[in-house]
Design a protein around this ligand. Structure first.
Ligand SMILES: Cc1cc2nc3c(=O)[nH]c(=O)nc-3n(C[C@H](O)[C@H](O)[C@H](O)COP(=O)(O)OP(=O)(O)OC[C@H]3O[C@@H](n4cnc5c(N)ncnc54)[C@H](O)[C@@H]3O)c2cc1C
Length: 398
């Protein structure tokens, strides 16, 4: 890993300046305030604005296909996060669009891809069901063949941004009698199809997600992605992308881990806490002069730095685990006013630590729970074998 500072060429410096100006124009205080209120992690004006400037296409494509160079991609990812861009819907859209480009028939890809890159078509993930999401292959939502189409019935939990998307990448069961990994078929279902009902749901951090019901939803076979009962092959590609399974390069320019945008929020909260405890209070004292405060703040910074340096799946776990550990510590250092959320009069740090505290719960659930990631690390990276959750063997009495 190369940690040296990158010297920007004039062109790259101009790109960074333009990008910052573009984000400052699009991601206004009003956009951020509205996003906080709606919890949608999406803003259509911002999304279309970035699409119109060709930035969605540049992010989607490899450099060889006209996309960002590695350096510009790094700048793009950092600036998007720094600007607090409502952004998660692009993550699901791009992830599914890569799968569509790889597995869908040409006609469907031609129907969807231009709109994805312009920002007019958004795609969401319909995997999780009311009975469970970690083991997605236990899917119960049924798709039954009906002439040249399929009839879909079932329910999905947590289909984030379904209400802002045009298609859902839907996991269905097409062979309930078959072994679970041979029973799945994927569809890209238009969300304006009759029989689909979207119900909003808010989480503890204010995120808006959805329950989506499918009642006799008729979908043409051309919306199928991949083989019938071959959905697991398609899902694996999408899940690998979601889990951050990616090849690392040694130039230090790669996004180090999934959810590094969350790490930026954590870093802001640490900075703001440091500013508050370093300021002189009305009594003329600074809280930072108390050794206990120095120790607790220093320990939080050290933990955060360790999380920021952890790559791939390790980073995914370390970032969220550290958010969970240090957010209460920061709030404690801030005192009672640290409990107040953003834009509340009297909030110690404008709610930064409080937000990280609430965000850290769901962040360790979506895209795979921390426990599941820890098991993946144990199994695939450390070679410890699969965990065994069976009850302890009965002792046989002599
Ligand atoms: C804000 C938010 C947005 C989301 N957005 C989407 C979305 O857009 N699309 C979508 O399809 N899903 C989405 N999800 C769902 C998310 O992917 C699931 O919540 C997650 O996969 C966990 O599934 P579950 O909630 O059903 O918990 P379960 O799978 O029922 O797990 C319950 C508990 O058991 C533990 N557990 C389960 N299996 C194992 C195991 N093998 N080893 C160790 N522990 C285990 C879990 O860690 C957890 O603590 C979202 C969730 C949230 C909170």
């Amino acid at each position: 890993m190369d940690f040296s500072r990158v010297t920007l060429s004039q062109d790259d410096q101009a790109f960074q300046d333009d990008l910052r100006a573009c984000l400052a124009e699009l991601v206004t205080d009003e956009v951020i305030r509205r996003d906080r209120e709606t919890g949608e992690n999406f803003d259509e004006t911002v999304h279309l604005g970035l699409g119109e400037r060709g930035l969605l296409a540049a992010d989607f494509n490899d450099e060889s296909a006209g996309g960002f160079s590695r350096l510009r991609r790094r700048m793009w990812e950092l600036e998007i996060g720094r600007a607090h861009t409502p952004w998660f819907h692009w993550g699901t859209t791009a992830m599914v669009a890569h799968v569509v480009a790889k597995f869908a028939d040409d006609q469907l890809a031609r129907e969807v891809m231009p709109g994805v890159l312009s920002g007019h078509i958004r795609l969401c993930l319909g995997y999780t069901e009311p009975d469970g999401g970690s083991d997605v292959a236990t899917c119960k939502t049924r798709a039954v063949r009906d002439g040249d189409g399929w009839i879909i019935n079932g329910a999905k939990m947590f289909t984030s941004n379904a209400h802002n998307a045009q298609f859902v990448f839907l996991l269905t069961n097409t062979a309930p009698e078959a072994p679970k990994h041979q029973s799945l078929t994927m569809f890209l279902v238009p969300l304006d199809t009759p029989g689909i009902e979207i119900q909003g749901l808010r989480t503890i951090d204010g995120d808006r997600t959805n329950i989506v019901y499918y009642s006799d939803v008729r979908v043409d076979d051309r919306y199928r992605i991949g083989e019938i009962n071959g959905g697991w092959t398609v899902m694996r590609v999408a899940l690998d992308a979601e889990h951050g399974v990616m090849e690392q390069d040694s130039d230090g320019l790669q996004k180090i881990a999934m959810m590094s945008e969350h790490a930026l929020l954590m870093a802001e909260a640490v900075d703001r806490t440091a500013a508050v405890v370093g300021a002189t209070g009305p009594d003329g004292a600074r809280r930072i002069d108390d050794e206990a405060v120095q120790y607790r703040l220093g320990r939080s910074v050290a933990r955060m730095e360790a999380a920021l340096s952890a790559p791939e799946m390790y980073g995914r776990v370390a970032i969220v685990a550290t958010m969970r550990e240090i957010a209460p510590e920061l709030m404690d250092l801030l005192g009672t006013a640290g409990l107040l959320p953003a834009e509340t009069p009297g909030a110690a740090d404008d709610g930064a630590a409080e937000h990280v505290f609430r965000l850290s719960g769901p962040s360790g659930i979506y895209g795979g729970t921390l426990e599941v990631f820890r098991n993946m690390i144990a199994t695939h990276a450390l070679g410890l074998g699969k965990p065994n959750y069976s009850p302890p063997a009965q002792r046989v009495k002599a």
